[in-house]
Design a protein around this ligand. Structure first.
Ligand SMILES: C[S@@+](CC[C@H](N)C(=O)[O-])C[C@H]1O[C@@H](n2cnc3c(N)ncnc32)[C@H](O)[C@@H]1O
Length: 497
């Protein structure tokens, strides 16, 4: 029996009505079978299709699994989160656990000058490696000091960055009361620890976190920090990481019905992996995603990593995933992410005591890492999008794909603000996107042109949809990009969808 035909028929009928009887699909099949036989073939596959069956008299009613209720934060929970983000620092007990771990690993006090100097060297060599062309990098975290350097330099920023991303997911209603989460390339457990910390400010949410990691040194640090900061029971249960190389992993060993998969700063560490290989890794893991689950991919904000991440999301759309955020296709078009350097920012964090000690020297800037800038995408299997706003047909706005026909002219456009500040205090620059452009587009606002009417371009949050009226189109040959000059005669308004 063509099982494929049966499954695709069920998918088709389920997409057209909320409930139907299994007997209804028999006429569509080339090889009709009795209902109970059809049921035994499809029952293991139903939940992957987001469906369930109710037994009736001689038939089965097929209905959609009701979506899990989103976990919506109450006012007090929101205030607790806000207090945390206003402090802009790691929880004190976690910072101390990192210091104690360093002391335990090196057999001397963490602040012994010899140890501090070794940490400095580890940080510098890790950074040098990071900035090499990607095929020449060797970020393997085999030596103890590379992980200690990571704890000192990267951990605090990535921990708080993950907190911001969790806040965004919570506000979007993508967290559930009880969740299964998988963190891929967990390192010393930055993401699981950030989740435990974030959940400590929620009243009633629970999570079980699984993770994958190949480096023994990272796993050792992860286990120590988990035991010191979270413990093994409580509302967030962090399972021991599975040691594996994600390029060779056995997908059957992953948990089922994962509500949230996170790839934080890991895909860029697969230097020899082509876009197709990266997309295959994400797609393979997404097979274990719950029908209403989300995938969060986060990468550093530098141009190379951010643009690659955006191209990866295009490749993933071809594999059946859809982009929930931050992109929004306001003309209903499909996007190819041309050289798309898009990233989000958050306020810089305060120095940890460890970082302050490291920075107590000449060239202190080399050991200070406080800026939060990241490129992210949330993907789904169910086609849900954060923003469903579409420009109505006949809108009096120019598509960004048509800018080449209007160079030197003043026009009106609608687009999303898709970057933090790319310019400086004299000239503000932000990436703009409406999902149609084949060439990057930037809004440029010289500071002497700022007025209350156009200031929304600087103050609007990342991902906001904006109307820009009366902008001058310029072609920037050096960067093969279009600049839209926002002047004192330009009006910029947020679109309320
Ligand atoms: C930059 S760290 C990111 C750690 C953590 N996710 C974060 O955001 O801070 C990248 C991690 O991915 C791991 N990793 C890189 N390639 C991997 C692979 N092929 N299989 C499993 N883990 C890998 C590294 O060992 C490292 O712990």
């Amino acid at each position: 029996m063509a099982e494929k035909q049966l499954i695709s028929t069920i998918k088709y009928v389920a997409a057209t009505k909320p409930a139907f009887f299994l007997s209804e699909i028999i006429p569509y099949l080339d090889e009709p079978l009795p209902v109970h036989q059809l049921f035994s073939i499809i029952s293991p596959k139903l939940s992957d299709m987001g469906l369930m069956a109710k037994k009736g008299k001689g038939d089965f009613e097929i209905i959609r699994i009701p979506p899990a209720q989103p976990y919506l934060m109450n006012q007090e929970e929101l205030e607790r989160q806000q207090i945390f983000f206003t402090k802009r620092e790691m929880p004190g007990s976690l910072a101390q656990s990192i210091e104690k771990y360093i002391t335990k690993k090196v057999g001397k006090d963490w602040n012994d000058p010899v140890i501090i100097e070794r940490l400095r060297r580890a940080i510098v060599s890790q950074k040098d490696d990071y900035w090499k062309p990607s095929h020449k990098r060797s970020l393997h975290y085999i030596k103890g000091y590379s992980v200690l350097g990571y704890l000192a330099y990267h951990f605090p920023v990535y921990l708080i960055q993950t907190g911001h991303l969790l806040l965004m997911l919570a506000r979007d209603g993508l967290l559930k009361k009880s969740m299964t989460i998988l963190d891929v390339g967990t390192g010393p457990g930055v993401v699981p620890l950030a989740i435990a910390d974030f959940y400590s400010r929620l009243d009633d949410a629970q999570a079980t976190i699984y993770s994958l990691e190949r480096s023994e040194e990272h796993i050792e640090a992860f286990t120590y920090l988990r035991d010191a900061f979270v413990g093994r029971s409580g509302k967030v249960r962090i399972k021991p990481p599975t040691k594996t190389d994600i390029r060779l992993m056995d997908g059957d060993k992953l948990p089922e019905k994962i509500d949230l998969v996170i790839f934080s700063n890991v895909l860029n560490e697969l230097p020899d992996a082509t876009m197709e290989v990266r997309a295959d890794i994400v797609a393979q893991i997404s097979e274990r995603l719950a029908p209403d689950g989300s995938i969060l991919i986060v990468e550093p904000a530098d141009e190379e990593n951010a643009t690659r991440m955006r191209s990866l999301t295009v490749a993933l759309q071809k594999k059946g995933l859809s982009i929930y955020s931050p992109c929004s296709f306001i003309w209903g078009s499909t996007c190819t992410a041309p050289r798309c350097w898009s990233f989000e920012t958050a306020p810089a964090i305060k120095l940890s005591r460890l970082m302050e000690t490291l920075a107590h020297c000449e060239d202190s800037y080399r050991y200070v890492n406080t800026d939060i800038k990241y490129s992210y995408a949330v993907l789904r299997k169910d086609g849900m999008r954060k923003e469903n706003f579409r420009l109505p047909a006949g809108s009096k706005f120019l598509r960004l794909s048509k800018l080449h026909l209007h160079v030197g002219k003043r026009i009106n456009v609608t687009g999303l603000k898709m970057s933090g500040e790319l310019g400086d205090a004299r000239s503000h620059v932000f990436k703009l996107c409406d999902g149609t452009a084949k060439t990057p587009v930037y809004a440029v606002l010289p500071s002497y042109h700022i007025t209350p009417e156009n200031d929304a371009i600087t103050s609007a949050p990342y991902g906001s949809i904006l109307e820009l009226r009366n902008v001058l189109v310029r072609y920037n040959k050096a960067h093969d990009a279009y600049n839209l000059l926002v002047s004192r005669n330009t009006k910029v308004d947020p679109v309320i969808s």
